[in-house]
Design a protein around this ligand. Structure first.
Ligand code: G6P
Length: 487
């Protein structure tokens, strides 16, 4: 494929579907990417005229990008096993400031309401450097997309890393149909106003340059509309889902993402998963199994979840010796101190619980922090109860994956602040994620639920969870984008 071939469909995200590693001999190897976004977008069929643009995240990625013509990994001898990928070789300091400083310390905290407002955020000279890097990072994407897009091509830009890219791309290529999708919640207007005024305006104007901007749940879309109205003075039509601003109309849509049940079940039927299930069976015996699986990250509310479990054991002694809590908390964004400190806090509370209740013949809690996907799938299949209690979450796919994989029905204790709660509703046990007593009570209710009710609820959850699989989610948005560009 020639390096200047133009594409009719382009995806853009920070993390791409593949990454690179050096092996022992120093040779580069292409491996599948991690993260919810990657697995969702990997559903796009291999097609000649589609391109996925992502950032090089490591030195190995940068080397791979440099060693291929125009950074296109399909053209340079790497079989990515997905659509052609172009990794952008962004200067490491610029990347780190944009990714760690703005995307994951500022915007992630903003949209998940994680600031500790007595101390953070602080918008000082350091923030301004980070913001400049964020602009530069977005510009690198806009230029790569502008360069590779056919006239009238559809470009789907993903997430808070790339909030400015729609506008920067529109300025370069007014002919394109551009969408932006937020996989996070969107902050309420009063919280969004914590940002410096120019930054708040740039972020909103960045998204509004798209033809379509999408969210996972109605709440997040409504919050975005309120910000557009209150901060920009844009004209919002809530019935039609449109924002008119600076002579341009943006359609705001809600596209809840679901699970590819067949694929997931096939993956969970592999020998590595069966082996992990045997290990779990040895650990749990005839006790009840309570499971959680998260990235160790502040919005997931793991500490409160563990404290709720401790409350359950303290105040309902009948569960002592009769339940095992397996908590899988995978490392995430460890370059950022707040994330490291949070992972350490999770570890501390877990140790306290084991100290308080553990005995030679009962492990009340097993916390594992090493990444092992097969073990997660084994836990999904075997869980009697799952706890998914984020303080706030765009969707939360774990809450959907567990019932889809459950062998004998799983009762799901679910935060009402997760986007998934809107769809899964009362088939789950909804809780206020800050209310530890209520969470402990919900754990008790879930653990005592009779088999018929648990299986019935779990089947309802599974049906809802697989209603809009990733392929349809993508196709719906491509159709919506074509329609919006014609309007
Ligand atoms: C989660 C969020 C996505 C985000 C991703 C980034 O999956 O739901 O909105 O894009 O994290 O994770 P990363 O590990 O790449 O920082």
């Amino acid at each position: 494929m020639a390096s200047d071939q133009k594409m009719s469909v382009l995806l853009a995200s920070n993390r791409g579907p593949v990454s690179f590693r050096y092996d022992d001999t120093g040779a580069l190897h292409c491996v599948g990417g991690a993260g919810g976004l990657s697995s969702a977008l990997a559903a796009i069929p291999r097609q000649e005229n589609a391109l996925w643009v992502a950032a090089a995240l490591s030195d190995a990625d940068r080397l791979a990008a440099r060693s291929t013509p125009d950074g296109r990994l399909d053209a340079g001898g790497f079989d990515t096993g997905t659509i052609p990928v172009r990794l952008l070789d962004i200067e490491p300091l610029t990347f780190a400031r944009a990714y760690n400083g703005i995307a994951n310390s500022t915007l992630w905290f903003l949209h998940h309401l994680l600031f500790d407002t007595a101390n953070t955020p602080i918008f000082d000279a350091r923030f301004r450097h980070e913001w400049e890097s964020y602009v530069e990072y977005n510009l690198a994407f806009a230029e790569a997309l502008a360069h590779s897009a056919d006239p009238g091509a559809r470009v789907m830009i993903q997430d808070y890393h790339l909030s400015l890219a729609p506008r920067l791309l529109r300025e370069r290529r007014p002919d394109l149909a551009i969408s932006h999708f937020s996989h996070t919640p969107w902050a309420p207007a009063d919280y969004f106003r914590l940002l410096p005024d120019d930054v708040a305006v740039d972020l909103l104007e960045g998204l509004l340059a798209a033809n379509n901007t999408g969210f996972l749940a109605p709440r997040w879309a409504q919050a975005f509309l309120t910000c557009c109205e209150g901060i920009l003075g844009a004209v919002v039509d809530r019935d039609r889902g449109t924002v008119d601003y600076a002579g341009h109309r943006t359609f705001v849509g809600v596209h809840p993402l679901g699970i590819d049940a067949d694929n997931l079940r096939a993956r969970a039927d592999q020998p590595d998963v069966w082996a992990r299930m045997a290990g779990l069976r040895d650990l749990v015996g005839d006790r009840r199994l309570l499971v959680r699986v998260d990235r160790a990250e502040l919005s997931k509310n793991i500490v409160r979840g563990l404290i709720a479990y401790r409350e359950l054991l303290r105040h309902r002694p009948q569960w002592r010796g009769r339940v095992v809590h397996v908590a899988l908390a995978y490392p995430s964004r460890h370059d950022i101190p707040e994330y490291r400190e949070y992972a350490a806090a999770v570890q501390r509370v877990a140790e306290e619980i084991v100290e308080e209740f553990g005995s030679p013949d009962w492990d009340p809690l097993v916390l594992a922090v090493d990444d092992d996907y097969a073990r997660s799938l084994a836990a999904y299949r075997m869980a009697d109860v799952a706890i998914v209690n984020p303080v706030r979450d765009g969707m939360n796919l774990v809450a959907k994956e567990i019932p889809v994989l459950s062998d004998d029905g799983c009762a799901v204790v679910l935060s009402r602040e997760a986007g998934a709660a809107v769809e899964l509703g009362d088939a789950a046990l909804l809780v206020n994620p800050f209310d530890i007593e209520a969470t402990a009570d919900a754990m008790h209710t879930a653990l005592t639920m009779d088999d018929d009710e648990r299986r019935t609820r779990s089947a309802r959850l599974a049906a809802t969870a697989s209603a809009c699989p990733p392929k349809r989610w993508l196709t719906d948005q491509l159709d919506a984008l074509a329609a919006a560009a014609r309007a």
